[in-house]
Design a binder for this molecule. Structure first.
Ligand code: SF4
Length: 215
């Protein structure tokens, strides 16, 4: 007898309450910013994609406001400008209409953390959902991590040792025969303004990804 082993994607429920500190912040923001989304922000893009982008967490006035990942702030505009430029998405605009998205985009932590800094426990708690997304991506061949927290969260999800895959900006790691990992500093306004991350670095990264994906 054949069993159908289709594993469902695990996503956090609305008002997920697994991280008490983040729930407290969410409840405060519901009062301070009643028109904001103020909830967990889910990943977007097909799980059948070959390319996965992992960011840190929703920003207060970005995804935490709009409810859409990498949307509504500087980082989102910058990322989607590069995805458009390298034909990984088409027709993205400020209303977040994405046509023909050829990647999955998610965050290591799905709720807004205070000062953009989730604790180790929060990262590990939310990793259940990141791991589930990755496990569903059977054709996955390229992963781009924005920042050290996204990188470390990925290693937790893949059961890999940090000592074997040290985060280094612009570094390419071979995870296995199928998957290549590329590290980048986060595409935040701060990193661009301080020139820690240059636009030419993002050009280098997305050109490389386009070549690796044969797009
Ligand atoms: S960060 Fe993740 S695990 Fe924690 S409350 Fe939000 S959705 Fe739930």
């Amino acid at each position: 007898m054949l069993y159908n082993l289709i594993v469902k994607l695990m996503e956090p429920k609305k008002n997920c309450n697994l991280c008490s500190r983040l729930v407290d912040l969410r409840n405060k923001n519901k009062i301070l910013f009643p028109n904001f989304f103020n909830d967990r922000v889910l990943g977007t893009g097909p799980l059948s994609s070959r390319f996965l982008i992992i960011g840190l967490a929703p920003g207060l006035r970005g995804a935490n406001r709009t409810g859409k990942i990498f949307n509504g702030d500087f980082s989102g505009s910058l990322l989607f400008n590069f995805l458009n430029k390298y034909n990984i998405t088409e027709n993205y605009d400020e209303f977040y209409k994405i046509n023909n998205i050829r990647c999955r985009i998610t965050n290591a932590v799905k709720c807004l953390p205070p000062k953009n800094k989730p604790t180790t426990r929060e990262i590990k708690t939310c990793n259940t959902f990141l791991r589930s997304e990755i496990n569903k991506m059977k054709k996955l061949s390229i992963i781009l991590t924005f920042g050290q927290i996204a990188h470390n969260s990925l290693l937790i999800a893949l059961n890999k040792k940090k000592s074997e895959y040290k985060f280094k900006h612009l570094k390419k790691h071979k995870i296995n025969d199928q998957i290549t990992l590329i590290n980048s500093y986060h595409c935040s306004k701060y990193n661009i303004n301080t020139k820690r991350l240059k636009l030419s670095d993002l050009d280098y990264i997305f050109k490389l990804i386009k070549e690796l994906l044969n797009l």
